[in-house]
Write a protein that binds this ligand. Structure first.
Ligand SMILES: [Zn+2]
Length: 639
């Protein structure tokens, strides 16, 4: 199990702060009310320390980092985020006392939180604590230090009135590693997320963050963005908001595991995939990003920034573009991760022994959060090795860190490791063949880790939405008396029947000849939280082109292999020509659906031969069967 924050150490520091004298002269306190669930900010000085108190309904700090002076910024910026609170408006609080220049507060969304920036003239030595009444966050700034790598370790004087010549008691005076370490990097780049026990490197992979920039470096690995399966490559899966790196074979420089997230990425999951005989690194990210990829000295480096501009997919920045050079990881992880001395498991308990419910996860409103963020959950099943890891964003739930022995009919034990971005839940299974998934529970505050159907049979818990293209006032392609919408609906209804007979959960966007807008089709599938969206169409192509074609959204990583499965089956089952699979950027039903989506163009109405086939009952039936079989194959593919 993984290293976690030592609870004792936290208490140690909190208590040592609480017993520190707080003889603040009333006149020395600057106060500003902020008028939200963050209600007030105060600043005061006490001997050689400065204190900033933030009165807030939540005292949970999710992220903190320090940005060194850079560019036009001459000051240090100590940044942190308070979970689930807001201020009434963006606030600037000019201090200009001690080392503090300004305090700024601004709201951030998704999830709701307040970002606080404290600008200081010197590199701050700082510690966070919570007031004894639990109503405020106390940020204590020690005497600013300009020598970065020298931790101040004078023993704190027990006296409340230190002699003038004695060193100033530093708030981070304990020689133990601080739970709120000051980043030791003076360059301003590469100060990592200050999560205790943070893992930021794994073999050749290292991740650093500074402000809104995250740098991912692969030492000695050169990636390309081609689809060639035999060379190390990367793929930005915009729809799933994930960067995936695939290295052929088992690269033993890596160890299976995960790296800590930060304000930009949720973390990284490193696994060896035996089926594909490859090493896979999956890096899900928050919201919108921009990225550049460059290769310098045989190392691949990604520079990822949070932002709203569109992602330059398949358009890597040439290596001449200046990018941050790869940085050494701040703390190489020890080869053997120590077992945690304390377990702090939250919100998770063993199932009810019904042979299906493996674990129960609880949290207020957790089902809503799950429905919003479930596409960010990554599941990694090691197959015969008998473990499965779920990487769950903490925007759904923070499960804490530690281990639990369960030993029921399904599970031997679980291991948990949580960072600010993600909780990693590893299940040590009783039966390696059993598959697990996270589903909603019996009420809005409960999720269940449940057994799926195992290796055989289709997974009937997954909903498939079939979308017969066009309908009503929109006929689709028209050739003489033949309307595309009619074939689409006929195939879809037959496909529905076949799927239902095989126990697959299926819903249709239309079952009659009616007009349905594209956005309503998308909304239908999104509202149902479908697992797969399959739109059924027939084509109109220039003369001389005929056959089958399947479309997918250009950044959908599952869409592409699913499209290939469907196309190969159509061609095999129907004897049609293979036009191919095609990536699309602006096909609404592919682009806006939140699940993998494919669009099958069964045959070409523009081709007299294909049209004649479409007008036979056997061809329509075979098309329905082929699509149904592809769907079952997709559901069982484990892709
Ligand atoms: Zn169509």
């Amino acid at each position: 199990m993984k290293k976690i924050m030592s609870i004792q150490l936290v208490f140690c520091i909190i208590i040592s702060l609480l017993i520190m004298p707080l003889q603040v002269q009333a006149s020395g306190i600057l106060e500003m009310s902020t008028g939200g669930s963050v209600s007030k900010v105060t600043y005061s000085q006490n001997n050689n320390t400065e204190e900033i108190r933030i009165y807030s309904s939540s005292t949970k700090i999710s992220k903190q980092y320090l940005i060194a002076p850079e560019g036009s910024y001459k000051n240090y910026r100590l940044c942190f985020e308070i979970d689930n609170v807001d201020v009434s408006k963006t606030i600037k609080f000019d201090i200009n006392k001690g080392s503090v220049v300004q305090i700024r507060l601004a709201n951030m969304s998704d999830p709701k939180r307040t970002n606080v920036v404290v600008e200081t003239t010197t590199k701050p030595v700082y510690a966070f604590s919570v007031s004894s009444d639990g109503k405020s966050i106390i940020l204590t700034l020690g005497k600013g230090s300009t020598s970065a790598n020298t931790p101040s370790t004078p023993s704190p004087s027990p006296s409340t009135t230190p002699a003038p010549s004695s060193p100033a008691p530093s708030v981070t005076a304990t020689p133990k590693p601080s739970t709120t370490p000051v980043p030791t990097n003076t360059s301003g780049s590469g100060s990592s997320s200050n999560v205790s026990g943070a893992k930021t490197s794994n073999g050749p992979l290292s991740i650093t963050t500074s402000g809104d920039t995250c740098t991912i470096t692969l030492k000695g690995i050169t990636l390309t963005d081609t689809n060639n399966g035999n060379i190390p490559r990367f793929e930005l899966r915009e729809k799933e908001k994930m960067l995936q790196i695939t290295i052929p074979g088992k690269d033993t420089r890596f160890t299976e595991g995960y790296l800590t997230g930060n304000s930009i990425i949720y973390g990284a999951l490193i696994s060896f995939n035996n089926k594909q005989n490859s090493t896979i690194i999956r890096i899900p990210y928050n919201n919108t990003i921009t990225y550049s990829h460059s290769i310098t000295g045989g190392n691949s480096t990604f520079v990822i920034k949070a932002g709203n501009t569109s992602v330059p997919v398949n358009n890597p920045v040439p290596s001449s573009t200046p990018v941050a050079s790869p940085k050494p990881s701040p703390q190489p992880s020890p080869s053997s991760t120590p077992k945690p001395s304390t377990s702090t498991l939250n919100n998770i308990k063993p199932g009810n022994g019904d042979g299906k419910t493996a674990l129960i996860i609880t949290g207020k409103g957790i089902v809503d959060k799950f429905n919003t963020y479930k596409d960010k959950i990554i599941v990694d099943d090691t197959g015969s090795k008998g473990t499965v890891t779920f990487m769950i964003p903490t925007s759904i739930v923070n499960l804490g860190s530690g281990s639990m022995n369960i030993n029921d009919s399904l599970i031997k034990s679980i291991d948990l490791y949580s960072t600010s971005g993600s909780s990693f839940l590893t299940i040590n299974k009783k039966d390696a063949n059993k598959k697990f998934e996270i589903v909603t529970g019996s009420n809005k505050d409960e999720l269940i880790v449940a057994v799926t159907s195992g290796t055989g049979g289709s997974d009937t818990s997954k909903l498939v939405v079939l979308d017969p293209g066009h309908g009503g006032t929109d006929p689709g392609a028209v050739f003489g008396q033949y309307y595309e919408k009619v074939y689409n609906l006929d195939i879809a209804l037959r496909c529905e029947k076949i799927l239902k007979s095989k126990g697959v959960n299926v819903a249709l966007t239309r079952t009659t000849d009616k007009t349905v807008s594209l956005s309503d089709r998308v909304k239908f599938a999104n509202d149902l939280n479908a697992y797969l969206f399959v739109s059924i169409h027939n084509n109109s192509m220039p003369s001389g082109i005929k056959g089958s074609m399947v479309l997918y959204h250009y950044t959908s990583y599952r869409g592409k292999p699913f499209a290939q499965i469907m196309l190969d089956n159509l061609v095999k089952d129907l004897g049609t020509e293979k036009i191919g699979i095609q990536a699309r950027q602006n096909t609404v039903v592919l682009r806006d659906t939140r699940m993998p989506a494919i669009l099958a163009e069964v045959a070409c109405m523009s081709d007299p031969g294909d049209l004649a086939l479409l007008n036979t009952d056997s061809f329509i039936q075979k098309a329905a069967e082929s699509i149904a079989n592809s769907i079952i194959q997709i559901l069982n593919s484990g892709i």
